[in-house]
Design a protein. Structure first.
Lengths: 114, 205
């Protein structure tokens, strides 16, 4: 059986791996940026509202403290979400690169080995 | 030389593929968690709208049986979500959230200590220190576990904070609902978004 060893070279494998990773990383960064913008803007708005309501005597200090804890919790939650977005982007990049290798190997061998 | 490196790389990649290597860092999508959180999000929105409209009536008071029943039922429901998320991944850690949670607690503890040792009048120091200390309380508890667990724990913690606010005021006036409502909605939305993210990842792989 003839195997095309030239097809299994760095110059054949690396460029499509890099291109796949670059595309995914670009999309992921746009999503992460959107998440950070939306969630942290909303949190800043809530902090301002709590301060205004407390200053105007519409809520008491205990209520303000409890509301601030909610906001603090959401800061932690937003960071957890962004963390998972980054991790999933990393998964996609690695898996897309492996898929490129799979295609190159199958083409070089001449039948779907993997 | 280049050909030798290329062949080694090819063998390595081939090896990874032959062992069925699909990299998985984040825990799996959980449809039950997704549906449960979505149902919670609409239930809590309806509850808050009803309570805000009835803030001056008996059915809006903290002591009303329907209100007590809602809090008890929701508490059990959210605890089951946390238990489920934790059971699916007992080893996972969400390091950035964990650092932030512990960091908040440490920062506020240090600030309270500084205020106590300052030359401010005693009663003022105590007030400020108690406010600052209360901000840090519980921040490390919600931030333990994997990132999904952290997000679900925050939904649970915010629901409990709502119950405490209701108890403190004996009602949920419009101004409180206008702040607590979007904050609770945000915590649920973040946790749902996380599930959608994992679901979309499944289709990609």
């Amino acid at each position: 059986m003839a195997v095309d060893l030239d097809a299994l070279s760095v110059s054949n494998i690396f460029p499509p791996m890099f291109a796949a990773a670059k595309d995914i990383a670009g999309d992921a960064w746009a999503d992460i940026r959107t998440t950070v913008k939306i969630e942290f803007k909303a949190l800043a708005k809530r902090i301002k509202e709590i301060g205004k309501a407390l200053a105007a005597g519409q809520i008491n200090q205990t209520t303000a403290e409890l509301l601030m804890k909610m906001v603090r919790n959401n800061i932690i939650s937003a960071i957890a979400l962004v963390t998972n977005q980054v991790m999933i982007a990393a998964e996609k990049i690695v898996n897309a690169a492996l898929k490129v290798v799979q295609n190159v190997v199958n083409t070089a061998i001449g039948f779907p080995l993997i | 030389m280049m050909r030798a490196i290329g062949n080694k790389l090819a063998v390595l990649c081939l090896g990874l593929l032959l062992i069925g290597c699909t990299v998985r860092i984040v825990e799996d999508y959980d449809p039950i968690l997704d549906q449960g959180l979505t149902a919670y999000q609409s239930d809590i929105a309806a509850f808050l709208a009803r309570l805000s409209a009835n803030a001056d009536r008996p059915e809006g008071k903290f002591s009303h049986p329907d209100v007590k029943e809602f809090y008890a039922r929701t508490k059990a429901r959210l605890q089951s979500f946390v238990d489920r998320a934790e059971a699916l991944d007992t080893e996972g850690r969400c390091l950035p959230a964990n650092f932030v949670g512990r960091g908040i607690k440490k920062a506020v503890a240090d600030s309270a200590g500084l205020l106590r040792s300052s030359s401010l009048p005693f009663h003022e120091v105590e007030d400020v220190a108690s406010v600052i200390k209360s901000f840090g309380d519980g921040s490390d508890e919600v931030s333990t576990g994997n990132c999904t667990v952290v997000m679900v724990k925050v939904v649970q913690a915010n629901q409990e904070l709502l119950r405490l606010i209701h108890k403190e005021n004996n009602a949920l006036p419009e101004i409180v609902v206008s702040i607590a409502g979007p904050t609770i909605d945000q915590s649920a939305r973040i946790a749902i978004k996380n599930e959608v993210l994992k679901k979309n990842r499944e289709s990609f792989n």
